[in-house]
Design a protein around this ligand. Structure first.
Ligand code: GLC
Length: 457
């Protein structure tokens, strides 16, 4: 009974977040906290809406998702390739709001040009493709994805991501703060969270693009990218006890094609003793970032969970990631599923890497805080690998607190016991993430909306 009423109350709270444009539902606001100024939390964020959208699809309410996809597509810039002061062609906004003009209303996007720190989202366009695929799987409405404006939208996103820049890696190159972690956190370059989404979006786009003359080049480019991307991530981002031993004894300053230590990682840059103690024999995970002389050994939840969901991690690796979560439960889940990244940056690292950001002080917010929205991703990853008990356990922990605490945006502390210092209450993706996790566990056939098999066409 208690459980039913928690679900009912969550639905009541979620319904209130829906926003309407010209009379049609188009999305959900980020939060409805009555006690804190809204800032931009009264906007619909693309990444935040994904949890609500998947839930609406499962619950037979595809209209709102369709409206969202159509309206956000109209916000995507289609021209202006070489202009630095305008959002790039193909970019999707981080968020949008409904604004009024005399005689009507319009959608006002934020591409990062209004956001704190002026950070542009790289994840929004990737989530958009992933959500479009989920919509098509759920409704069988291929016609929407096959419409010429949708095909163009997908092509423009891919062109933006696949463009050759200065580097010659298969990963996509992004600035710091270009994802859910939208503040400086040492994530410039090739952060895992973005690479996992990138891989899933590439896989999704192969399912969505019509194999015609117009798409031929881009389909070819996607196919060319997938293999090296997979190889790079599975091999060079992977950390487990065996791999730690290899990295520990790496030669450095190797020149030429045969170099084993391609990125010239110096052993002293890696906290071996702490890691060797922390990493269980049966565990493993994908590193947070990789670049010249840089292997960021922090654990990032979105990247690792999405790697399992998208089959970017192979079966062996997927189980090892889940083993790590299980065996280091107190660190990664604790009193609220789950940590966005682990461990937190402290002291001098916090000052230099975050720019002494007080909102991201150690064990708070993005820097080692716990985010209940991750519950649905943990549930999908665990259920996909037939380890539903992990999801049951995590949901039970969340259920003890979320309703009572009024659905906070995040929790603080090394064990996730404190409600986030500046966390919004009635945060929409906390509510939707909980409902979605419950729904996916009860009806696992819906996992196919978001998971990918190992093989692609
Ligand atoms: C914060 C988060 C971001 C989220 C937004 C709205 O800026 O860092 O990931 O999309 O709030 O919830």
């Amino acid at each position: 009974m208690g459980d039913r009423s928690m679900v009912e109350q969550a639905w009541d709270a979620l319904e209130k977040t829906i926003i309407f444009f010209k009379g049609k539902p188009v999305g959900t606001v980020a939060a409805l906290d009555p006690d804190i100024p809204a800032l931009n939390y009264d906007q619909c964020f693309i990444r935040d809406f994904v949890s609500s959208a998947l839930l609406f699809l499962i619950k037979g309410r595809p209209d709102i998702v369709r409206n969202f996809l159509e309206e956000t597509l109209k916000l995507q810039p289609k021209t202006g390739q070489l202009e630095c002061l305008k959002p790039s062609r193909g970019l999707m906004p981080a968020s949008f709001k409904i604004a009024s003009i005399i005689g009507g209303e319009y959608l006002k996007p934020d591409f990062g040009d209004h956001a704190i720190g002026r950070v542009a989202p790289a994840d929004a366009c990737l989530w958009w493709i992933i959500l479009l695929r989920a919509y098509v799987i759920s409704t069988d409405d291929r016609a929407l994805a096959h419409r010429s404006d949708f095909q163009e939208g997908i092509r423009l996103i891919l062109e933006l991501c696949l463009v050759t820049r200065f580097d010659m890696y298969p990963m996509v190159l992004v600035p710091d703060g270009a994802s859910m972690i939208d503040r400086r956190m040492g994530l410039y370059g090739h952060p895992l969270d973005i690479q996992s989404l990138f891989y899933a979006a590439l896989r999704a786009s192969l399912e969505l693009l019509i194999p015609n003359q117009e798409n031929q080049m881009i389909i070819h480019a996607v196919n060319n990218r997938l293999d090296p991307l997979l190889k790079q991530l599975q091999e060079n981002y992977w950390i487990d006890p065996d791999r730690l031993n290899v990295i520990y004894r790496f030669q450095v300053e190797e020149y030429g094609e045969e170099a084993l230590n391609q990125f010239n990682i110096y052993s002293d840059s890696i906290p071996f003793y702490r890691l060797a103690k922390w990493l269980p024999e049966a565990g493993g995970y994908l590193a947070g970032n990789l670049g010249p002389s840089q292997l960021d050994c922090r654990f990032f939840a979105i990247g690792n969970l999405m790697a399992i969901i998208s089959s970017l991690a192979n079966e062996y690796q997927s189980h090892r990631i889940l083993n790590l979560i299980e065996l280091r439960w107190n660190d990664l889940v604790g009193h609220m599923p789950m940590k966005l990244c682990y461990p937190a940056l402290e002291d001098a690292d916090w000052r230099t890497v975050t720019g002494a950001d007080p909102k991201n002080r150690p064990w708070s917010y993005h820097n080692g805080g716990s985010w209940p929205v991750l519950l649905w991703m943990l549930t999908v990853a665990a259920r996909k690998m037939n380890r539903a008990e992990l999801a049951h356990h995590a949901i039970a922990i969340a259920e003890r607190r979320l309703l009572h605490d009024h659905w906070p945006e995040y929790y603080d502390g090394p064990d996730g016991r404190l409600i986030g210092k500046e966390a919004r209450k009635f945060q929409t993706w906390t509510i939707a993430g909980y409902l979605l996790a419950k729904e996916l566990l009860a009806n696992p056939h819906h996992l196919n909306l978001i998971t990918f098999d190992t093989e692609w066409c």
